[in-house]
Design a binder for this molecule. Sequence first.
Ligand code: PLP
Length: 282
Amino acid sequence: MRVLAFLDGTVAEPDDPCVRATDLGLLRGDGVFETVLVENGEPRELGLHLDRLVRSAWMLDLPEPSETDWKRAARQVIDNWRGDGEFAMKLIYTRGSDAGHGSAPTAFALGLEITPKMMSERSEGIAAVTLERGIEPGLAVRAPWLLLGAKTLSYAVNMAALREADRRGASDVIFTATDGSVLEGPTVSVVMVRGRTLYTPPPILGILPGTTQAAVYRGAERAGFTAKIEMLSVDDLYAGDGVFVASSVRKLTRVHTLDGKVLPDASELHRELSAAYEAGYA
Ligand code: PLP
């Protein structure tokens, strides 16, 4: 099941050719995107996703996306989705096919099914590995042209890291900076819990501000937890009571094993935090 809607609201057949071979998103990965979770016909955190899309587009000098148009395209996908249950909706925004010669960006929303593996990992937890990202903590601020912290379509490195995790028998990655500090995963934020306090690394390191992490933080604070944004080392992860990855598609997923070492059982913590997160959408 897939549903495609362009930014002008037209619904199209996703298996038909509809992007030019000269599209710079295709040729150079020159564009930005978002992946939104849709559950019970409602897009979760659409406002935060659109804010991040606008920020990513600004970092790439793309024309400012119109939130009204994106909301209409998103609604078209949701209204035309015939499948059961939740799905993932990608918002894709590229520089278009003839940049500099008046051509408009390519922009569409695409609804996609969530894989059964992803669904079962939400309840069973995952093994993760730490992998070097090769960036130092100050780089994002010093070198904005590296686009660290923009959600660009250039995800080949992120996908290669996930294949490396797979070769090592794990399902996800926690990237580390050159000083060993924890960053994020290729498609997830990292959250560590110690006692009743949640920790996640700051976006200034050149990582994405996670919409799911933000929603988990809101829920956790309502449930009496303290939520902090602080730098973390890999040793901090081992010293915690629970390590989680968070994304729109993963929701909050428990990491049970890190680099082959079994972490403390955080099933109860996972249940409590997931309930607090879901309560925001009840
Ligand atoms: N970090 C990266 C690099 C991502 O690609 C994503 C989402 O795909 C996230 C974090 C988590 O963001 P969100 O919770 O908004 O899905």
